[in-house]
Design a protein around this ligand. Structure first.
Ligand code: B1M
Length: 212
């Protein structure tokens, strides 16, 4: 039990109205935004995942909680802005082919954007050639891939191969993440970086681009 328990429970139940008003309440009271995110919102999704694994809830309830979390994220998004308007670099990001999970990817985008990076978000179910085409088009410094399903992880090495084949791998840094992705896997597939969470993704991208 923590101070954000009412918010966590509202997201687990998929009660959008309550979750949104709880988020606003914490924001207005000056609560730490990272804590609202970690202890209130992400904690809720962990429980939702457990409830799904144990058959207590099904896909529609999972979707409802996801929608609730997105609405709450919309409220806290502006608060992650570092106030730096200069673009530190361009990041093309997406969830790999076959995978429809986007909350984690959206969080990574949100925090990178807040840290001053220009983001091109390709959304979900992104095939390798789309990553390559967009990275070429916008002159990306970084390509970020997210995967939440073990069976969609091979979309990551497939994209890295496509970047290599196009000659882009030399020019961009590739960062991967998502619940089933590990640092070991990132090394195995020749990704340049890995992050277990959105805050670390910002640190890692800055490190990859030599920005302190
Ligand atoms: Co799905 N789902 N889901 N699901 N879902 C999981 C992932 C699962 C673990 C649930 C479970 O069984 N416990 C399981 C996957 C098992 C596996 O393969 N390992 C699962 C399954 C099986 C499925 C379906 C197959 C269910 C079905 O239909 N029978 C289906 C697949 C659909 C598809 O993609 N083709 C499915 C569908 C869905 C919904 C659509 C209902 C919904 C997603 C809605 C949406 O995203 N808009 C959903 C949800 C909500 C979940 C859980 C409950 C929550 C995911 C989430 O948003 N977490 C999830 C269980 C869980 O993760 N505990 C589950 C919160 C989010 C902030 O964390 O995404 O991990 P996460 O992101 C973190 C880090 O991973 C990291 O930073 C983020 C922030 O800290 N990170 C990166 C992520 N991307 C990164 C990229 C980076 C760096 C870091 O660099 C680029």
């Amino acid at each position: 039990m923590n101070e954000y328990e009412s918010l966590t429970q509202a997201v687990i139940k998929g009660d959008i109205q309550l979750a949104v008003s709880e988020t606003r309440k914490y924001v207005d009271a000056g609560a730490d935004v990272q804590s609202i995110l970690d202890k209130g919102l992400i904690a809720a999704m962990d429980t939702v995942g457990e409830n799904f694994s144990t058959g207590r809830i099904f896909v529609p309830q999972m979707l409802r909680s996801a929608k609730t979390m997105q609405e709450c994220m919309n409220i806290i998004k502006p608060l992650f802005q570092e106030g730096d308007v200069t673009t530190k670099g361009t990041v093309v990001i997406g969830t790999v082919k076959g995978d429809l999970h986007d909350i984690g990817k959206n969080l990574v985008s949100m925090m990178l954007e807040g840290a001053g990076f220009a983001i091109t978000d390709l959304g979900v179910d992104v095939p390798p050639d789309k990553f390559v085409q967009k990275a070429q088009e916008v002159g990306a410094d970084v390509v970020g891939m997210s995967a939440l399903l073990s069976i969609t992880m091979p979309g990551m090495p497939a994209t890295i191969e496509a970047l290599t084949a196009s000659g882009l791998k030399e020019k961009v840094k590739v960062i991967v993440g998502g619940a089933p992705v590990t640092e070991k896997y990132a090394n195995e597939i020749d990704a340049d970086g890995y992050a277990p969470d959105a805050a670390t993704a910002v640190v890692e991208v800055k490190k990859l681009l030599g920005i302190s």
